[in-house]
Structures are given as structure tokens and as C-alpha cells.
Design a protein around this ligand. Structure first.
Ligand code: SAM
Length: 179
């Protein structure tokens, strides 16, 4: 009986709390994310992207909706680039901050809506967002980004943009360059 109580207190209850935190965070931000869930890009895809787009430590990199921040950490590991991530899901934001701390990665995570930010200074823009969000983001990027900036969109294309390259890694990864 004692063992069961310890199991409940130590494993089952924390797991349930994590599930609740995940669900509540998701529901809170659904109107902004237009149904997009906090789903992470696979490590295989991240590797393929970092292979295709090379960066330097000075590159201004951003992940629009960074989730748990894994893309930015992988970019730091490979290119020592200090990217910035925007995230409005409180659970994802918490995970990104916690994992950055745990792995001692100096990428920055901002608890903000990227649609309200000025994105003009970024040179490499990564996103894995739903088509409805991309429809709103597309004209903003066209207006703000400078010539030569690279946009990487996982799974879904940016409406109205012509990709420079499409990588097939399970799902397509679209790579654009602002001309
Ligand atoms: C499919 S997940 C991708 C996470 C991460 N980029 C990755 O590839 O692993 C999309 C994330 O974008 C976030 N998001 C959607 N719209 C946003 C907005 N306007 N501002 C900030 N974050 C947003 C969601 O909360 C979600 O965590």
C-alpha cells in the first residue's frame, strides 16, 4: 500500500500535472496559433536544415514559435549562433527556458507574439507553423525582411513565395531567399 502511495505521489501525480499544464497552455493560445499545436520538429529534419543552410556565429537567427527551443539549441551546437525564439505557449516557453538552462545554451527565448515584433534585423528565419498563421505572416515577412534573408518553413509553404529549394525529409522543408 505504501509503495502505491509513493508511486502515485512521485510519478503519476507529476505526470498528470504536466499533462494538465500542456493542455491548459494549448487551449489558452489556440486563438493566436490558429489551431497550431506545440509540436516539435524532428531531429532528422533539423539536421537536414542545418546541413542546407550554413550560418556563422554572427548570423541573426530567429525561430518564430520556437516551441521547446530545440532548433535554436541545435543551431548553437553546430554554428555557435545565438538565435532568438518567440513563443506564446506558456508551457513551451517554460520548457525552452528550462532546457536552455540545463544544457547551458545562450539562445534567447522571448514570451511574445512574433506578429507584433519587428523582424527586419533577422537574416535566417525558421518557422514550423500552420497554413493559417503563414497566410498572415507571409506579407509581414515580405514587408520587413531585407534582401538576402533566408526563410525556412517546415512542412507548409509560405503563400505567395517561390522556394529556392525544397528538401524532402519525410515532409517538405521550404527554403526561400528574399530578392
Ligand atoms: C508546430 S510548433 C513548432 C515548434 C518549434 N519551432 C519546432 O520546430 O520544434 C509551433 C509553435 O509556434 C507557436 N506560435 C504560434 N503562433 C505564435 C505567435 N503568434 N507568437 C509566438 N509563438 C507562436 C506555438 O505556440 C507553437 O509552440
Amino acid at each position: 500500500m505504501g509503495k502505491i502511495i509513493w508511486l502515485l505521489a512521485g510519478v503519476v501525480v507529476p505526470l498528470i500535472l504536466v499533462k494538465i499544464a500542456y493542455a491548459v497552455s494549448m487551449v489558452l493560445v489556440l486563438p493566436k496559433t490558429k489551431g497550431a499545436l506545440f509540436v516539435s520538429t524532428s531531429r532528422r529534419k533539423i539536421r537536414a536544415i542545418l546541413e542546407a543552410v550554413s550560418m556563422s556565429p554572427e548570423t541573426r537567427l530567429v525561430d518564430l514559435g520556437c516551441g521547446d527551443g530545440r532548433f535554436l539549441r541545435a543551431a548553437w551546437k553546430r554554428y555557435q549562433v545565438r538565435g532568438v525564439g518567440y513563443e506564446i505557449n506558456p508551457w513551451a516557453y517554460f520548457l525552452a527556458r528550462a532546457k536552455n538552462g540545463l544544457f547551458r545554451v545562450p539562445t534567447e527565448v522571448r514570451f511574445r507574439d512574433f506578429m507584433k515584433e519587428d523582424l527586419s534585423s533577422y537574416e535566417v528565419i525558421f518557422c514550423y507553423l500552420f497554413p493559417d498563421v503563414l497566410r498572415e505572416l507571409s506579407p509581414k515577412l515580405r514587408q520587413e525582411l531585407r534582401k538576402g534573408a533566408i526563410v525556412i518553413s517546415c512542412n507548409f509553404p509560405l503563400p505567395g513565395w517561390r522556394p529556392q529549394k525544397v528538401i524532402q525529409e519525410g515532409d517538405p522543408i521550404y527554403i526561400y531567399q528574399v530578392s
